[in-house]
Write a protein that binds this ligand. Structure first.
Ligand SMILES: NC(=O)C1=CN([C@@H]2O[C@H](COP(=O)(O)OP(=O)(O)OC[C@H]3O[C@@H](n4cnc5c(N)ncnc54)[C@H](O)[C@@H]3O)[C@@H](O)[C@H]2O)C=CC1
Ligand SMILES: CN(C=O)/C=C(\CC(=O)O)C(=O)O
Length: 492
């Protein structure tokens, strides 16, 4: 089979980069495509194109209503092409086809939502405390946006950045991860087909140390929207010391799932599986710490073990597959290291902890459950693994469950399973995380803000307010008196 070739999308044109790199199919471990590695010079051209489009030309002149229509058209195109994009994402990242198809079809709704909002983000009239003045506040696009995304859920993670940015009138340079960029480079064709003016949306891929660094520190970039790991986030913040760009960070987590003895245990077990084994655990909201009431621990663990061992591992392009490979060998090596250290430090392996047999070459890792034996210092309890590894800790009382849930520097997501409404509300109040799911897990919507506390990040994506983060207010003062300006030496 011939090797697929992908191109960057800069200033309305698809272009080859002088340098390319192989992209690996994680289900086989073999190279299947060549990707363009954008250089710092390519980034400069993309940012300059975005800056020109922001200042003059069809995008700058477009009404908010017209921008909204373009976004809705883009949403429709994403839905119409969801199967093709899904196959590419599955090929390039190993994420199973049944999730990529459903998730990408839903991504269309994010563009439609922000398309609908484009002309509803109103400014305001201030009832100013000076009789001879009128003041209006204009929300203006903040400027050129650098959107940097990782390889997991990348069409989704791009939509929550591009949707509000474009609705607000910003222009964007989107950097796809060097791991699995195929679906975003293919998505660029839909941006083009939708009719976005040249320069308004630019999509490229390349490596973090040059392409990512140049993009996020570029002097013409006013806004950085990042999703990825905490170490890279720190680097991004250092980069933005150069341009002082307004920055939001959507990072990882060590999200707790609290199961009380009064919960519907079978439903809770399904949710725990959804939280840690869906997407092979490669989700920022992965429910990687199970906190279970001691009186039901053994029963609950037996159910979970049964469900974990029944998961169909296999070819991610097969719709029957429930768990595919990890995206990169780097991920698998990190997971293996943390699991080994956790078992050496006293964790008890309930199931998994190995590469499953029969998938030679692929980057597979078995669904793994480790009973921490009340040791909350184990590496698997503390570190984000970004893989299918669940750590289990028992608790005896509600206050202890809450303390354990909050015993992490992260604070992205959480789940609480109970049939006691009052207890559910108390836990929702007490948990330090941006999302609390009660009797459910890993539910998302364009209507709902999403983001973290603490080391899980800064700012919110999704929902109405996200547009505000892509605008800045301009206050316009109009003096309505015909009289001469009084005393010029006194502030008015
Ligand atoms: N919150 C989330 O959804 C994610 C969390 N992670 C966590 O981060 C860990 C590392 O994963 P990676 O894929 O290596 O993510 P990463 O954070 O290194 O990469 C994310 C994006 O940042 C870019 N980048 C890297 N260095 C940069 C720099 N100096 N300046 C600007 N951009 C740069 C990358 O090219 C990529 O596009 C994972 O093991 C996981 O724990 C990873 C991906 C997503
Ligand atoms: C971000 N998210 C929900 O809003 C969930 C994701 C994307 C991610 O991991 O970053 C997911 O579970 O795939």
């Amino acid at each position: 089979m011939s090797t697929a070739q992908f191109r960057n999308y800069v200033d309305g044109s698809f272009e080859d980069a002088p340098a390319t790199f192989d992209s690996i199919d994680p289900s086989t471990g073999t190279a299947w495509a060549r990707m363009p590695a954008a250089s710092s010079a390519d980034v400069d051209r993309a940012v300059e194109a975005a800056h020109r489009a922001l200042r003059s030309g069809p995008w700058a002149a477009m009404t908010a209503t017209a921008r909204g229509k373009l976004l809705v058209r883009l949403g429709d195109l994403v839905v119409a092409n969801a199967d093709r994009l899904a196959e590419l994402e599955t090929r390039d990242t190993g994420k199973i086809i049944r999730e990529t198809r459903a998730q990408i079809a839903y991504v269309g709704d994010y563009y439609r939502y922000y398309g609908g909002l484009a002309d509803k983000h109103e400014g305001s009239f201030v009832p100013i405390d000076k009789a001879d003045m009128e003041v209006t506040i204009r929300p203006e696009p903040i400027g050129v946006v650098a959107a940097v995304v990782p390889w997991n859920s990348q069409l989704f993670l791009s939509a929550v950045k591009l949707g509000p940015a474009l609705a607000a009138g910003c222009t964007v340079v989107l950097k796809a991860s060097e791991d699995g960029p195929a679906p975003l480079l293919a998505f660029a064709e839909l941006v083009h087909e939708a009719g976005f003016p040249a320069g308004s949306v630019n999509i490229l891929t390349g490596f973090g140390h040059d392409c990512g660094h140049r993009l996020t520190s570029h002097p013409l970039v006013a806004r950085v929207a990042f999703t990825g790991g905490p170490a890279t986030a720190q680097q991004i913040v250092r980069n933005t010391a150069e341009n002082l760009a307004y920055t939001t960070l959507e990072l990882g987590g060590k999200s707790p799932v609290v199961v009380f003895a009064d919960a519907d245990l079978d439903s809770a077990a399904n949710a725990v599986v959804a939280g840690i084994f869906a997407a092979t655990g490669q989700s920022c909201v992965a429910g990687s710490r199970l906190l279970v009431e001691r009186s039901v621990k053994d029963e609950f663990l037996a159910r979970l073990k049964h469900k974990a061992e029944a998961i169909r591992i296999g070819d991610p392009q097969d719709p029957a597959t429930e768990m595919g490979p990890l995206a990169t060998s780097r991920q698998r090596e990190w997971i293996e290291k943390i699991v080994a250290a956790s078992l050496a430090a006293g964790g008890r392996l309930v199931t998994g902890g190995e590469r499953p047999a029969g998938h030679a070459g692929g980057l597979y890792y078995a669904p793994t459950i480790i009973d921490a034996n009340d040791n909350t210092g184990l590496p698997c309890v503390r570190e984000e693994l970004f893989g299918p590894v669940l750590s289990v800790i028992a608790f005896d009382a509600e206050a202890e469950a809450l303390a354990l849930a909050n015993d992490t520097p992260f604070g992205l997501a959480s789940g609480v399973f109970t049939t006691n409404l009052a207890k559910a509300h108390r836990m929702a109040r007490g948990i330090h995380a941006g999302v609390v799911w009660i009797n459910t897990y890993r539910a998302v919507s364009p209507l709902v803000p999403f983001g973290g506390y603490g080391q899980s990040g800064l700012g919110r994506e999704g929902g109405l307010d996200a547009i505000r983060d892509y605008t800045r207010s301009k206050s316009v003062w109009i003096r309505i008196s015909d009289d001469p300006i009084p005393d010029p030496f006194v502030m008015r």
